[in-house]
Design a protein around this ligand. Structure first.
Ligand code: SF4
Length: 231
């Protein structure tokens, strides 16, 4: 595990905010649609970037960024994450974490220390189906613990689901919905076959726009706002 990437600037998902992006390598899942397969399967192809170098790069940009998005891969697997978030908060920046939600203890530590301003959690499929993504048998419990933690957390919160037909259907939305009841935002993303991690995914057919909208109507029973992206 290591920090592998740093990008100059990019838009945060929150209007009007500019952020830098930091990528961690490695992941405990193998989502067939993953669009960062290099970071997940062959992270050694990217050079490691030392923590103090990342902090220095961010510090140089402090005058025109609002925050930093920490993404991956899965950042919660790396012991450097807490230290990085601490350093970034020390620079007076906002910190957003992108995570698959399978490390509730790490998330709790970050929240307890006030190191996060925003969290985006990927909801992959019904919790009991996570072993289909390579997760261990405790993944469903871990995800539920994360979602319970975030119910009361003082952070901007976004749930995201990539709607690959083999993984996400009406039954999966119905299984996830009660776990995120009342959340501010649930984003349903169109599945994109091109460049997907698994060969099977690369040849699978996405939902039609009207099928995505049907899932969105279903999800709207649970979330305050539902957005469909990528159509
Ligand atoms: S989509 Fe995210 S959680 Fe899934 S394999 Fe890729 S980096 Fe890991």
């Amino acid at each position: 595990m290591a920090i592998k990437g740093f990008q100059g600037t990019s838009l945060l998902d929150y209007p009007g905010r500019i952020a830098s992006l930091v990528f961690f390598a490695g992941c405990n899942l193998r989502c067939p649609y993953c669009h960062n397969p290099g970071l997940v399967e062959t992270p050694e192809q990217y050079p490691d970037i030392a923590l103090d170098e990342v902090v220095a790069l961010v510090a140089q940009r402090r005058g025109f960024i609002d925050g930093v998005v920490i993404s991956g891969g899965e950042p919660t697997l790396d012991p450097l994450l807490v230290e990085l978030a601490t350093e970034l908060k020390g620079l007076g920046l906002q910190v957003k974490l992108d995570t698959n939600g399978l490390a509730p203890a790490v998330l709790e530590r970050l929240l307890d220390q006030g190191l996060l301003d925003a969290v985006a959690v990927d909801l992959k499929t019904a919790p009991e189906r996570y072993p289909e993504l390579g997760a261990g048998p405790t993944a469903a419990l871990a995800l539920k613990q994360t979602l319970a933690l975030l119910q009361q957390a003082p952070v901007a919160l976004e749930y995201r689901t990539t709607c690959m037909p083999a993984l996400v259907g009406a039954a999966d939305i119905a299984a996830l919905g009660p776990l995120v009841q009342g959340c501010p935002l649930w984003v349903l993303q169109q599945f994109v076959a091109e460049h997907a991690l698994s060969p099977a995914a690369r040849s699978s057919v996405p939902y039609l726009p009207e099928q995505m909208q049907e899932l969105a109507v279903q999800a709207a029973a649970y979330a305050c706002q539902v957005q469909v992206r990528g159509l």
